[in-house]
Design a protein. Structure first.
Length: 278
């Protein structure tokens, strides 16, 4: 998180109203607090209170306020489950005006549906689960009614949990969901299968799991820190005629990882469009 992000979050007057404080909503709340946002500036709409939320209520966090108790909003952040948005929308609409920034992190719910449901100037975004450690990858798209200032504030709200990029075409959000939203599951599956293959090659199960976990997380951290792209880093590991090359001949051959991943992303993109009603 940059100093600019922290300054942007603390400089805007009004309440940040978070609707839904599950894993992703809770990660955002933690990110804002780490950025220096005062608890008194945050309110949460959440019917099921975790122990952490209960502790924060004793320290000035407002839970389930009325619109009058929430006061003027700097932003409404919608982090409810997509399937419950229809039920929650009438309540959320009571907090907004047409000029209210509404930032959604719901998968598959379009800007049009969010606007119809709870009004406001809508930014649709798709973070992923590394938000829990401040390493999310989020992509966002804004409605035409979103001002430059609102877009900057939405960027700051999202930057508190990791990296942010923007797209002008909302239709790209389905592919974003397939690549980064669902992407952590693909990486976890890689670690699972790497360990399973290690066991098949004769390694003890616990050692195989540890090797796979540390290799995947270490390689990911190297990719994160390096200025080189993934293809270059891969080539750096691969000696001609060596063990890595032998494995890559399988992974990059006919019916290999490239074709499998292309099919997987296409399937996830198609499902995202279906969920969005597209």
């Amino acid at each position: 998180m940059t100093t600019n992000t922290a300054q942007a979050l603390t400089a805007i007057p009004g309440t940040i109203l978070l609707a839904g404080a599950g894993k992703m909503g809770g990660a955002m709340l933690t990110g804002w607090l780490n950025a220096g946002v005062a608890l008194s500036r945050i309110a949460v709409v959440e019917p099921y209170l975790s122990d952490d939320l209960r502790k924060l209520t004793a320290l000035d966090l407002r839970i389930n306020p009325t619109p009058d108790e929430a006061g003027p909003l700097a932003a409404l952040v919608v982090a409810v489950k997509p399937q419950t948005f229809g039920e929650a929308a009438p309540l959320l609409k009571s907090f907004t005006s047409p000029a209210t920034l509404v930032l959604s992190i719901m998968a598959g719910v379009t800007i049009a549906k969010i606007t119809d449901g709870c009004g406001g100037a809508v930014v649709r975004s798709m973070p992923n689960t590394p938000a829990a450690i401040g390493r999310a990858m989020t992509v966002a798209a804004a409605a035409p009614s979103v001002s430059a200032g609102q877009r900057a504030f939405a960027d700051a709200l999202l930057s508190a949990i990791g990296a942010v990029d923007w797209v002008d075409d909302e239709d790209l959000m389905d592919a974003v969901t397939a690549v980064s939203g669902s992407g952590p599951a693909y990486i976890f599956l890689l670690a699972e299968e790497l360990a399973r293959a290690g066991v098949a090659a004769g390694l003890p199960a616990e050692l195989a799991r540890r090797i796979a976990r540390e290799t995947v997380s270490g390689a990911a951290e190297l990719l994160h820190r390096s200025d080189q792209d993934a293809a270059t880093l891969r080539k750096n590991v691969t000696s001609p005629g060596g063990t890595t090359a032998a494995a890559l001949d399988v992974l990059m051959g006919e019916g290999g990882l490239q074709q499998l991943m292309t099919r997987a992303i296409a399937a996830a993109t198609k499902r995202s469009k279906e969920l969005a009603g597209g």
